[in-house]
Design a protein around this ligand. Structure first.
Ligand SMILES: [Zn+2]
Length: 221
């Protein structure tokens, strides 16, 4: 538990340092009636894998692809169960290179995460995954890009899906929480208990839920 907290804390801490980490343009203009419907948003994700990922999980033609597919499917399932009509599709896979010794997520995001995906891919966003276990800061997000680490300690799948839910939620306006005593379970809280899950389902706090629903209603990408 503590290890998971530390890992997610790193991810979210990094997000705090990025002023542009969250969208802040999701507030309806004065006098404009707030639309109640929440349209479905399709994320067509191009996924980059590094050498460490392939060494641990397999390549883009085999077990590595299946693992990523499972994570994306589970992330979509969790977000939909949470009330967010998000559809996640794999638009393609490619390789990215993380130089030997690169462990600082800040520097990795700034220098090494690809800026875009191949033009022929029908993608609208990307996730650069690393399998490097020693990397600190687990994730960073700024639309349309995410840097994410495949988690190192068990349960890897649960933690990695949590991280993907966390980072994708930022795209829709969710903000970080750093509070071990926060009364609600939330995947946005680095200090969340029980992996921010209840009965196997990822939880979001009320304020972030409202931000995200507003973000989805106003989604223009
Ligand atoms: Zn965060």
């Amino acid at each position: 538990m503590a290890r998971w907290l530390m890992v997610v804390c790193g991810a979210a801490g990094f997000c705090v340092g990025l002023a542009s980490c969250t969208r802040r343009d999701a507030v309806p203009r004065q006098g404009e009636p707030e639309r109640s419907e929440v349209p479905s948003v399709e994320l067509r994700v191009y996924v980059f894998l590094d050498d460490d990922f392939i060494r641990r999980f397999g390549n883009a033609d085999g077990t590595g692809r299946r693992r990523v597919n499972d994570w994306l499917y589970e992330t979509e399932r969790q977000m939909q169960a949470g009330g967010f009509p998000v559809v996640i599709r794999m638009a393609g896979m490619g390789r990215w290179r993380l130089p030997a010794g690169a462990l600082d997520g800040t520097a990795i995001w700034a220098k090494h995460v690809p800026q875009s995906w191949p033009g022929e891919a029908d993608a609208n966003c990307m996730i650069a995954l690393t399998g490097r276990e020693g990397v600190y800061w687990s994730g960073v997000s700024k639309w349309p890009r995410i840097f994410s680490k495949a988690q190192a300690a068990e349960p890897i799948d649960v933690k990695t899906v949590n991280l993907l839910c966390h980072e994708i939620s930022h795209w829709f306006g969710a903000t970080d929480i750093i509070d071990p005593d926060f009364p609600e379970l939330s995947v946005m809280n680095y200090k969340a208990r029980h992996f921010a899950r209840e009965d196997g389902r990822v939880q979001w706090d009320k304020a972030n839920r409202e931000r995200m629903l507003q973000g989805l209603r106003n989604w223009r990408h």
